[in-house]
Design a protein around this ligand. Structure first.
Ligand code: NAD
Length: 469
């Protein structure tokens, strides 16, 4: 659905008026298109204490052909970058016109005590005004729960509050994230860094991502522009909306996609599948035979590499007015079918080695929502399923993650009453709704063969919505 306010607030008169009245000013967000570089501009690098990731980051920036600058607090970057064959230079803060950069990347893994946190203040204080529109802030830290020392765990946990505040303060389409890298997982960062730096993460902000050590060494795709080449992927609920966008992005990234939806949507799934050179599967997921049908279909395809549980429904009513059938149908489509299908695919081996399961939750499952007790229960259950399955699946080199979309412009949100719809669109750091592509890009990052260290994560695609924050 069209967001007229976005165009109005960016027009000459509208921009002046919204400025005068102190109204939110959404930015036209940059979104990924094929052939684009990972990042359109340079990265300013900073660090504190005894940073652990600088060498790794230098190699990654080299692989992405990214130009870097370094802050005075990180003079060691000059040698590290030169050794890695990177072009780099010292970022000057003298005068008001310091060089503009597209991203700020801070390695905070070496900060071991809150008394050392002034380095964080200095870096972000110096650079906050130098970040370009639709820029990125990425802070790297160590998972607090894995820090042996309480002082270190404390300061590492503090990074979350810093990052979320920066996301809210800087505006102009700038997104901020915190990435906790477990010791030993340094070789599993690339897919995440590429995603978070690029316009693929346009509507992801204020998120904490955990990267752990995968059972196997990272498998970089042969070609980062088509990372899913050769992968066979099932996307449920892909006749329209977010599911259709997921199928499109997966096909754009090289995958063969099986598009599944209910039999009533057969014509639409066939259209989506034909456009992507994929195949269509008409199946009601709640049917008792659905898991077996899927196992047979996967085996006929030689197994699937990725399963995306996107199909979902809403049937809103306050709990006091909600009939049992309505509760049951929402829980069955949104949650129980995912459990049954996972069990069947895993038991039969129809999910290939190094498989990926990606689930679609919702910020309703995090914040709860008036009139959505059934939906919020089901979506919170999805989060529980991801977190409980991740450790055992990791033993088999399979990852499971979820995206939790906020307000996304689809047919599902077009029917929300105007006032609530406007609140949903504006009450986030981007002051606008997201696009189905934004959810799809996050799903593609989880599906990436190089994302083996990313499991058990729930990443909101919500523009840093205030709901449940
Ligand atoms: P949508 O209604 O446009 O699409 C959902 C698709 O799922 C439909 O094509 C539908 O036919 C299919 N489906 C429903 N029941 C099915 C069943 N039993 N078997 C097979 N297919 C079935 O919705 P959307 O907005 O594209 O949402 C996609 C997912 O994202 C859902 O899980 C939804 O809960 C979630 N989500 C959406 C938003 C949003 O703002 N649109 C926000 C948070 C979460």
């Amino acid at each position: 659905m069209k967001d007229s306010y976005l165009n109005f607030a960016n027009g000459g008169f509208g921009a002046r008026l919204t400025n005068m009245l102190g109204m939110p000013r959404p930015e036209f967000l940059e979104r990924y298109e094929p052939e684009q570089p990972v990042i359109n501009g340079s990265v300013l690098l900073g660090s504190g204490g005894d940073p652990a990731l600088l060498e790794t980051l230098a190699a990654l920036f080299q692989s992405m052909k990214t130009q870097t600058l370094f802050h005075a607090q990180t003079p060691q970057w000059l040698k590290i970058a030169n050794d890695a064959g990177l072009i780099t230079g010292r970022w000057e803060t003298k005068g008001k016109q310091s060089e503009k950069v597209k991203a700020l990347v801070f390695d905070a893994t070496g900060i071991g005590d809150s008394s050392e946190s002034a380095v964080l203040h200095r870096f972000f204080h110096d650079s906050a005004r130098s970040i370009l529109n639709c820029g990125r802030i990425i802070v790297f830290g160590r998972p607090p729960e894995q820090c042996q020392d309480a002082r270190k765990a404390t300061v590492q946990r503090g990074l979350e509050g810093l990052m979320r505040s920066l996301g809210k303060e800087i505006k102009r389409g700038v997104a901020a994230q915190l990435v906790y890298v477990a010791e030993g997982a340094e070789n599993h960062i690339e897919s995440t860094l590429r995603f978070l730096l690029s316009p693929r993460s346009a509507y992801v902000s204020g998120q904490v991502v955990h990267i752990g050590g995968a059972k196997k060494a990272a498998r970089d795709p042969a070609d980062w522009s088509v990372p899913l080449k050769g992968k066979k992927i099932l996307v449920t609920g892909s006749a329209r909306g977010i599911g259709a966008a997921i199928a499109e992005v997966m096909a754009r990234d090289g995958a063969k996609v099986v598009c599944l939806d209910i039999p009533q949507a057969q014509i639409d799934i066939e259209k989506v599948a034909a456009k992507l050179d994929g195949s269509a599967l008409a199946l009601d997921l709640t049917h008792s035979a659905a898991p077996d049908t899927l196992v047979t279909a996967a085996q006929a395809d030689g197994g699937w590499d990725v399963v995306v549980h996107n199909a979902g429904i809403t049937r809103d009513k306050t709990l006091a007015n909600m009939r049992a059938e309505i509760w049951n149908s929402v829980v069955d489509v949104n949650l129980s079918t995912q459990e049954r299908i996972n069990d069947a695919l895993l038991e039969s081996g129809a999910l290939n080695k190094s498989g990926r399961i990606v689930c679609v939750s919702s910020i309703s499952g995090i914040a709860g929502n008036l009139g959505q007790a059934n939906y919020a229960f089901s979506k919170a259950g999805v989060i529980g399923m991801v977190q409980s399955l991740a450790p055992s699946l990791a033993q088999h080199d399979i990852t499971i993650n979820a995206v939790a979309p906020g307000f996304i412009e689809t047919q599902m949100t077009a029917v929300i009453p105007f006032g609530i719809r406007e609140a949903g669109r504006r009450l986030n750091s981007m002051h606008q709704g997201g696009q189905p592509q934004d959810v799809a890009e996050a799903v593609a990052w989880f599906a990436n063969p190089a994302s083996g260290g990313v499991t058990g994560n729930i990443v909101r695609v919500c523009g840093q919505s205030l709901l449940g924050a």
